[in-house]
Design a protein around this ligand. Sequence first.
Ligand SMILES: [Zn+2]
Length: 336
Amino acid sequence: MGAVSENQVKRFTLSDIPYQRDIAASLGRALAEERLAHAYLFAGPRGVGKEAVAYALGAAALCGEEPGAGCGTCNTCRRVFADLHPDFRRYEAEGMHFDIDRVREILAEAGRPPSESPRKVLLVVEPEKMTYRSDAPANAFLKTLEEPPGRTTFVLVSHDARQLLPTILSRCVTVHFPRLTAAEIEEALVRDFGLGPQEAAEAAARADGTLAGAAAAAGGEDTAALQNALAILEEVAAGGVAEALAAAQGARGREDALALVDALAEVNHELAALRAGAAETLRYPAWEERSRALARGGRLASPERVWEGLARAALALRGNCNVALTLEELFLGMIP
Ligand SMILES: [Zn+2]
């Protein structure tokens, strides 16, 4: 979603990446010594450079100018960075759900030999969404991880690895991405987000160690969608379905409504994390207090039931439904 998405962040090579330098260096060494694993899991909170490192690794693996490092400027590197290289592919869930068809696409791609490079790198973002409605997509994916085709490296990027099947976890080399330092965030805000030094320092101080948090603190557009979703859930929890519908007025079209469902799912994740006593996995710690107030007191249905409602709504919105009626049904279903 929107402005804080990691894939909109500037691309780097393994040697010039300004954060997660230890991880980048160790991946560079593995590549140089030809002991790259078949599957990596990059695990850590949203907005700590996991995808940036994955792209840098992709460039390093495919670049012919500086093999093993990535020059960052040749035709190969530029196509990796722009998602245009046939041997570097990025896959993500559609909304909240990584469906079996998408997984089959990945498997078909993994089975084909590299087109023009010595190897192939397949980036799979949020594989935890493969178990959203059933385990079938995850199990299909697992088969390929068990017998990875030669010359293919998988990089799985997960913001919440606890949701992955243990069988998937066990097949990957897990790389834990720590939160960024305020200095790293400040530097990124000035350089990549065009903030002034003063503004960047203030946002970095409130950024909870992630670029997502930094963008939120700096008032990114993405935050607006999530703030709106939070406000809608607050209305529903207060018994105001009509008010919630009024707040959702911006989502008249199908696409807008799907984006809203997505944002509601993000907030629901926070509620589920708090219910499970796992505050350390909050994606938006800046809103912990509001999320806690929502998670308390049984004024909303359980996160599991809200998930089900969101999944149903997403499915309906992809079909031929009435948008307003679908949202109304969704909100009513959130009342315990
Ligand atoms: Zn290059």
